[in-house]
Design a protein around this ligand. Sequence first.
Ligand code: PLP
Length: 383
Amino acid sequence: MNNKTIYFDYAATTPMRAEVLEEVNRVQSKIYGNPSSVHALGRAARNELDLARIKVAACLNCPSAEIFFTSGGTESDNWAIKGVAKANAYKGKHIITSAVEHHAVLHTCRALAKEGFKITYLPVDAYGMVDPGKLEAAINAETILVSVMTANNEVGTLQPIAEIGEICRKHGVIFHTDAVQAAGTQSIDVERDAIDLCSLSGHKIYGPKGVGCLYVRRGIKIKNLLDGGGQERTKRAGTENLPAIVGMARALELAEAERMEANARLSALQSKFIRQVSEAVPGAVLRGHPTERLPNNINFTFAGTDGEALLLMLDGLGYCCSAGSACTAGSLEASHVLLAMGIEEQTARSSLRISIGKYTTEEELNGLAEALQAIVKRLQEMK
Ligand code: PLP
């Protein structure tokens, strides 16, 4: 690792914050009982689990009995979509999603298509936004589920979730949202936005990796994910990963308490950096929505450059960025999100995602802006 490592990849994952680490360590070392055991140590563990569920539920504005802990965002997305599809197939086999979802949703839908489900992939506009009118027009008598993410992981665009929720409710269609990237900076309110299922992940919000949750509204028919013991009200059996669950709940609770102040700081850093780069780097175009976007996401394309080369040169200077989502980084394919936004392939390959967070400073961003100016110029001259 470079002796100067500067992290700009908070959308891929975040470091655990000290308060969370403390909680994880406390539970790991002291609360080692199995929450299903009836003795005192088991009861102590059960109390921790119940409290974590109450904390997460408070952040989503739902009863705690509607929160199910999972191993992360991917599992929550898979379970929500496959679980609802299979439990409701008797009503119809049509699912609507968007072309810019995370692969945890897209590949899940692809797997269901192989089993006879019909999937509609809604197009997006040049900013990566779904049109609620088009969504409503796509609903038919066979539609059982709509899955549209709250915020995009590559370009940060926020979807009109409240409108989508209202449309789904009106037509009696189940609504799932992947809020993995939105959690921590956005208010997620399943009542306000008529959300029936919602996926969250611990490691995007300064919590532990390998833990997440799925909100499932009472009365929604969903297949069990894992059969076994009675954990998670028999729907997702297996001894609970208590240290991680407690850590995630603490991370979410802290994020919610600090959200306004943290967002104001991030937005100011984001705006300044976007202005700096747009003015100083020839060929730089901001991607994603100009205003309806996460405060921690910056995505530029740099005409006449290659994103992989940019990434490697920045890495050589100690800057950790991303050429798209972590899952597609390393593969040479252009981002499906940028392509869906109508960006031509060559330009899509010149994208760089800079995601900022709690520990990002103005000085670090100034340094990155300067480095970018020099690197982009060099790459453009090499063309
Ligand atoms: N959904 C979105 C929007 C994401 O950004 C990610 C992670 O990159 C996931 C799902 C997957 O979450 P996890 O890494 O917890 O499986």
